[in-house]
Design a protein around this ligand. Structure first.
Ligand SMILES: NC(=O)c1ccc[n+]([C@@H]2O[C@H](COP(=O)([O-])OP(=O)(O)OC[C@H]3O[C@@H](n4cnc5c(N)ncnc54)[C@H](OP(=O)(O)O)[C@@H]3O)[C@@H](O)[C@H]2O)c1
Length: 278
């Protein structure tokens, strides 16, 4: 299997992050699917995927275990491993316990990125951020991330961190444009924070959209490649896509070679959300 180097964008301190990562939300939860998912993870790593996104909640921790098993023996510094603390664990001491659970399942001494999975208004953000700051200082996490944070919440998180925010991971794709409307995309660009677009294929619905299919055909690429390339082309945007299908994993890497002409970008920018066939 051929391996390729995935291009990177840089964090606030210049550190590189691969623009295309592998999501694992559905890993570890499908009965009987674990062998396929383990194989897919190993195949992805062989192909050159280095940015892997997981969370303590995915598969009740099983996703992290599958990732840990797949990366065992690989040079740790070549990987960018991201995991997330669940919103039920955002009290100070709960965060400290949660990271130890994740590190043990991942069989790692540290994660590259630790994200607050979603804001929890019942718990003061200062309490959570105090714990996140401590984790950076103790070397258990390299970078702090937030996820599903609006502009005001992101501002508050930034004001409480002692080491800045690496990324806000939010729902964003050709059919879901919330980060453009609610200001999160602009906020990330202005604050030198990467926006990590999750569900970039809207769980498989984007590649079934008539307009995306037509435009991809005109360009001689697949709909998934066009959708991923559209995201990656944007300033400060990277993405994580999930698949446990080796052909799709390879196909999605092809997005890195897609050059979208400006007139097509304009058409994609205006793609109305209602075109999706559910
Ligand atoms: N922070 C958060 O709250 C949050 C929320 C949701 C997701 N996420 C993260 O983002 C990752 C990705 O999001 P997602 O899993 O929701 O959705 P997604 O990546 O948009 O879509 C995954 C689906 O698309 C299919 N697919 C993949 N490549 C394809 C291709 N080339 N052609 C056609 N279909 C293709 C996959 O099926 P096959 O397996 O058959 O390829 C799978 O069913 C998650 O795994 C997770 O890590 C984070």
């Amino acid at each position: 299997m051929e391996s390729r180097q995935i291009p990177t964008k840089t964090l606030h301190d210049g550190a590189p992050v691969p623009v295309l990562g592998l999501g694992t939300a559905g890993y570890g939860s499908a009965f009987g699917g674990e062998y396929r998912q383990g194989d897919a993870l190993r195949a992805a790593l062989q192909m050159g995927y280095r940015h892997i996104d997981t969370a303590e909640i995915y598969g009740g921790g099983r996703s992290e275990e599958l990732v840990g098993a797949a990366i065992r023996g690989m040079p740790r510094e070549e990987l960018f491993i991201a995991t997330k603390v669940h919103r039920a664990h955002l009290r100070h001491d709960d965060v400290l316990r949660a990271i130890d659970g994740s590190l043990s399942r991942l069989q790692c001494d540290y994660v590259d990125l630790y994200l607050i999975h979603a804001p929890e208004p019942a718990i003061p953000l200062r309490e959570t951020m105090d714990a996140m700051n401590e984790l950076v200082e103790r070397g258990k996490i390299r970078y702090i991330g937030i996820s599903n944070f609006g502009v005001d919440q992101a501002d508050e998180a930034l004001s409480l961190t002692r080491s800045l925010i690496a990324t806000n991971q939010v729902h964003y794709n050709l059919l879901v444009r919330e980060p453009e409307r609610n200001g999160v995309l602009r906020w990330c660009q202005e604050h030198d924070v990467l926006l990590t677009a999750y569900s970039p294929l809207e769980k498989g619905r984007v590649p079934r959209d008539d307009t995306v299919i037509r435009l991809a055909g005109d360009l001689g690429v697949t709909p998934a490649q066009l959708a991923l390339a559209w995201l990656i082309k944007k300033d400060h945007v990277i993405t994580i896509v999930q698949s446990d299908n080796v052909e799709h994993l390879e196909e999605n890497l092809g997005a890195l070679d897609v050059d979208i002409p400006e007139d097509m970008v304009a058409e994609l920018e205006n793609l109305p959300a209602h075109r999706v066939r559910w």
